[in-house]
Design a protein around this ligand. Structure first.
Ligand code: FES
Length: 68
């Protein structure tokens, strides 16, 4: 496994592994082995999750649909 992305129910995407994340200008963020990326749009530490999803009661828990 190179990179694993886990969608947390009602919370962030957790990205684990060896990867590079860049902004819209192509500038790299600090390299880390695991990060939580905000999905709710309320984090003041964007693009990282700061747990604001709990305060705003963000709800989203869809599941992947298996391919046939
Ligand atoms: S998902 Fe956690 S602050 Fe947005």
């Amino acid at each position: 496994m190179d990179v694993k992305i886990t969608k947390i129910d009602h919370g962030p995407y957790v990205v684990e592994g060896v990867f590079t994340m860049v902004d819209a200008d192509g500038n790299a963020y600090e390299a880390k082995e695991s990060i939580a990326l905000c999905r709710c749009g309320q984090s003041i530490r964007a693009p990282y999750c700061d747990a604001s999803h709990n305060r705003t009661r963000y709800r989203e828990n869809s599941r992947a649909i298996p391919e046939e």
